[in-house]
Ligand binder design. Structure first.
Ligand code: MN
Length: 246
């Protein structure tokens, strides 16, 4: 059976020790790769490059794009100066992710955006972020859990009339490894899930495009939690459905 090609946006990993301290490697977390395979897709890692024509063709090769997690998005991209609790940023990756998004939208490729992915997606379309959740008064749930990566720790309420509602139903238990979150939602997007403290946990693009973003890490849960695998399945099925046969 035909399977769709799913690209996973890469990042850099700098060796902290071993034989090559300081050496820069192109990587993604293996959980993304395994989740795509389990969901019926063919995973490819998309390495960070800065050549726009190369990025355009990277996207052309794909049937769907996963925007993976990583560093904080630079607040300069949404018109703010860095506040004291901002984490590490990666201007190189910000620029790369923005171009991946631009060409995926142009070419009508489905997008599943995860953690940093949903944040850069929101910023790319003109939205903004809380640089740290302590800057949002009501945010009193632990969103940066100490528990295992595959262990869900807080509830999200899912809004009706969303793709997420069709997949997960009214609520879901999710893991949480973020200290930032969406502040102003980009025009053309709607909020599709919130935590009980009001923190935005998922958004979707309005209209015909398949652009789904979640603040938690379904890839870390998919091996044990069928509902989170279903999120990947839905995305992979959509990538196959929209695949352009030439
Ligand atoms: Mn959370």
């Amino acid at each position: 059976m035909m399977k769709p090609i799913i690209g996973i946006s890469g990042g850099h990993l700098i060796d902290s020790g071993g034989r090559f301290p300081g050496y820069k490697r192109a990587y993604v977390n293996d959980d993304y790769v395994q989740s795509v395979v389990k969901a019926g897709g063919i995973p490819y890692i998309i390495p960070v490059v800065d050549d726009e024509a190369v990025i355009e063709q990277q996207i052309q090769q794909l049937d769907g794009l996963i925007l993976s997690g990583g560093d904080d998005v630079s607040p300069l991209l949404y018109g703010e100066e860095p506040l004291t609790k901002l984490g590490p940023t990666s201007p190189e990756r910000d620029a790369f992710d923005k171009l991946l998004i631009k060409y995926a939208i142009d070419q009508k490729k489905p997008i599943l955006a995860i953690c940093r992915g949903v944040q850069i997606l929101n910023v790319a379309f003109g939205g903004s972020l809380y640089q740290d959740l302590s800057y949002k008064e009501e945010a009193n749930i632990r969103h940066d859990q100490y528990s295992r990566t595959d262990m869900p720790t807080h509830n999200v309420i899912i809004h009706e009339d969303s793709k997420l509602f069709a997949i997960l139903g009214r609520s879901a238990l999710v893991n949480s490894f973020h200290h930032q979150a969406i502040k102003c939602v980009a025009e053309g997007f709607k909020v599709t899930a919130t935590a009980r403290d009001g923190v935005i946990e998922a958004i979707e693009k309005e209209g015909e495009d398949y652009v789904v973003g979640v603040q938690w890490h379904p890839e870390m849960m998919a091996a044990k939690t069928p509902a989170m695998l279903a999120l990947f399945r839905n995305f992979v099925e959509e990538a196959l459905r929209r695949k352009t046969f030439v």
